[in-house]
Write a protein that binds this ligand. Structure first.
Ligand code: SAM
Length: 195
């Protein structure tokens, strides 16, 4: 695995199977904002699960820290860039709508994050196996794996810590349409056999 310092895992793509433990807690009919969509694996998994997805990414000029879609949305789901965990978390709480951010278990560390957790609360969904993360450009390639935990707020989990079993979502097709996307950004793509 290549490591390039502070932003080492920033572009790694999440194995959509990680969604299998989260989706049951997202109300059917919700519009989900995948606000750091990357190559769209999570967005495809959300769509496969029957949810409507609004997709954006800084690579299409949509900085989550300052930008918001002009279409209505109900909750945020993403694996944020590794180096911007605090900023994404702060922004989610600031927006005040339900969210689920996939962070390493060490996301519990740091005074800055704990300040938010104490003030606003947090609920965790913990998988029974590590989450796979793939290098950009090849969702089939081996990358990294570690315990990714869904840090949620506003999804009204029955307990603050849920232990759940990951199940495969199956073969996905990426059909990614962003909001206000730049056609040259690479954000709009279709590819068969993402996984
Ligand atoms: C770890 S990747 C995850 C991609 C996708 N969410 C997934 O889970 O497969 C993080 C993504 O965040 C995007 N990103 C980085 N900074 C951002 C920002 N300020 N606003 C929106 N997207 C950002 C990167 O371009 C990259 O696509």
């Amino acid at each position: 695995m290549r490591w390039n310092g502070k932003t080492g895992f920033d572009d790694y793509q999440t194995d959509p199977d990680a969604l299998s433990i989260l989706v049951p807690y997202i109300p059917q009919g919700s519009v989900v904002w995948e606000c750091a969509v990357g190559e769209g694996g999570l967005a495809a998994g959300l769509t496969r699960s029957g949810l409507t997805v609004v997709a954006s990414d800084i690579k299409a000029g949509q900085d989550f820290l300052t930008w918001e879609p002009d279409v209505s949305w109900d909750c945020i789901v993403t694996n944020p860039p590794f180096s911007l965990k605090n900023e994404f978390l702060s922004r989610c709480y600031q927006l005040g709508r339900p969210f689920a951010l996939l962070l390493p278990l060490s996301g519990l560390e740091s005074k800055a994050r704990q300040k938010h957790f104490r003030r606003y609360g947090v609920q965790l969904i913990i998988p029974d196996r590590r989450v796979e993360y793939h290098p950009p450009g090849n969702l089939a390639a081996q990358g990294a794996s570690f315990l990714g935990v869904w840090f949620t707020w506003g999804l009204l989990l029955p307990r603050d810590i849920m232990f759940e079993s990951v199940t495969p979502l199956g073969q996905l097709t990426l059909e990614l349409t962003g909001v206000g996307e730049d056609p040259n950004s690479g954000l709009h793509r279709e590819s068969e056999g993402a996984r």
